[in-house]
Design a protein around this ligand. Structure first.
Ligand code: IFM
Length: 465
């Protein structure tokens, strides 16, 4: 063999060796950045929680899902369209909470809770544009007074999916004046409720509202348009910004955050770099875009199959004091050239809840670690719970997710609270009343509440009074 051929073989050998080394280094990098989360062995035993002083341990609900009688928002209209809600359900009287405030606060106390996250219904409070309903504001002010008297710290959400019909009529989250209108609503909330409220949550799960409303089209406004979806994302981002500024101006004591739904995305095969990359891209887009936009002061969204958003929004900087995480599931991610956006997303191999999502408490630990590493801001688990009508899964679910929280705290994450979704069974959006998330089981006819499986475990884990 001539020396020039040997030289070529050598070069090819070096090249392939280099590629293999690069592959290996990248694998190690991803492995270190996103190690497989593992819970301590005692996570299934009745461990002592030992929460830090002042830790919020509570339940969460949303106005339209529990109050009943909310007829003036986009959801009430959507529910009347045939085929939109499972079993033809409508929110109707929901859990009747509007008329059962005292009774429900007693349930919170029985659970050993010390806090309650709930939303105030914009369409009740401003039924016509520019007109405030004083009686409705007073109702919430009274509820907050009662909560505080019962030792329940109120965490008030301003927007939990539902938009007043008058705003929906001109584009809802994509209406040009949505941020300004929402800012004005937040200013009124600060003026009327601020003296009693410290914990504010501007918006709930903006990406979920965007995906179901504008990508899947199964929620209001019921369209399938990725460009409009990104516009809605930007509207929700700016609305959050406007609300945060209004709260800061009207309530000097305001402690502001938002609740973002987070899925633990994992590459289906950890050694597959392409899957690592795709999984990272999806997680950055779905889980972190909202928070990254706030951190950087640029409205940013980038996901395969969507137009890219990247615009200056300096007013967003510094608008949160804490990071809210709603956690329910793990998804495995595969690179799939034939699929939309070339991504395939599916459940992992573990147990599925009634909502057909995988129960995976380790994912909560991973997201708490990542949220802390990214922002170094206090974190609140603003929602976590399971659709479980048989009650087989909830007790161990509550225990293991609480353990993930305890483990994160032990590792140094500044976790301030944990809210179980939900206090009682309620209207689960397009699923109607089929999924049961409550620590109290609700009789759908009489609205009577009885303790559900998991409520004893929740009680056992409550911070000492
Ligand atoms: O019921 C919902 C809630 O409104 C938002 N987070 C998820 C919950 C369960 O699906």
């Amino acid at each position: 063999m001539s020396s020039s051929v040997i030289g070529w073989f050598r070069r090819i050998g070096w090249f392939l060796g280099g590629l293999a080394a690069l592959y290996l280094v990248s694998c190690v990098y991803f492995q270190r950045k996103h190690p497989q989360p593992v819970l301590g062995a005692e996570s299934t035993t009745p461990f002592a929680p030992d929460w830090p002083k002042g830790f919020l341990w509570g339940t969460a609900t949303a106005a339209h899902q529990v109050e009943g009688g909310n007829a003036l928002n986009d959801w009430a209209r959507f529910e009347r369209l045939p085929g939109k809600i499972a079993h033809g359900d409508t929110s109707g009287v929901a859990s009747g909470h509007w008329n059962k405030v005292g009774e429900d606060i007693a349930l919170m106390r029985d659970l050993g809770a010390n806090s309650y996250r709930f939303s105030i219904e914009w369409s009740r409070l401003e039924p016509r544009e520019g007109t405030w309903d004083d009686a409705a504001w007073q109702h919430y002010a009274d509820e907050i007074t009662q909560l505080k008297a019962a030792g329940q710290e109120p965490v008030v959400t301003l927007l939990h999916f539902t938009l007043p019909a008058w705003l929906a009529d001109r584009g809802g989250a994509t209406a040009p004046d949505f941020p300004a209108r929402f800012g004005r609503f937040a200013a009124e909330a600060a003026r009327r409720l601020g003296p009693q409220v410290r914990w504010w949550c501007t918006v709930n799960e903006p990406q979920v509202q965007m995906f179901f409303g504008y990508v899947a089209g199964t929620w209001p406004p019921g369209v399938k348009d990725n460009a409009l979806a990104v516009k809605a994302f930007e509207g929700l981002l700016k609305a959050h910004g406007a609300a945060a500024l209004a709260l800061r101006a009207g309530d000097p004591d305001a402690y502001i955050g938002l609740a973002s739904n987070m899925i633990y995305f994992e590459p289906a095969h950890r050694w597959n770099l392409l899957e690592q990359f795709v999984s990272n891209t999806v997680a950055n887009g779905f889980n972190w875009s909202f928070y990254e936009s706030i951190r950087t002061g640029r409205a940013q969204f980038s996901m395969p199959g969507f137009p890219t958003l990247d615009a200056p929004a300096p007013e967003l900087k510094g608008t949160i004091d804490w990071v809210g995480i709603n956690y329910y599931r793990r998804n495995l991610v595969r690179f799939a050239p034939g699929a939309p956006g070339m991504v395939d997303i599916s459940n992992g191999p573990g147990t599925l809840s009634d909502a057909k999502v995988e129960i995976y408490p380790e994912g909560l630990l991973a997201l708490l670690r990542e949220g802390w590493a990214r922002y170094h801001l206090p974190i609140v688990i603003t929602e976590n719970g399971v659709a479980d009508s048989s009650g087989v899964h909830r007790p161990i679910y509550v225990r293991q997710h609480a353990y993930a929280a305890k483990q994160a705290i032990a590792e140094g994450v500044d976790l301030r609270g944990f809210f179980h979704w939900s206090l009682m069974d309620n209207f689960e959006w397009a699923e109607g009343y089929g999924w049961r998330f409550g620590l109290y089981r609700m009789d759908l006819k009489t609205l009577a509440r009885t303790p559900a499986a998991g409520s004893e475990e929740f009680k056992r884990l409550a911070p000492a009074r």
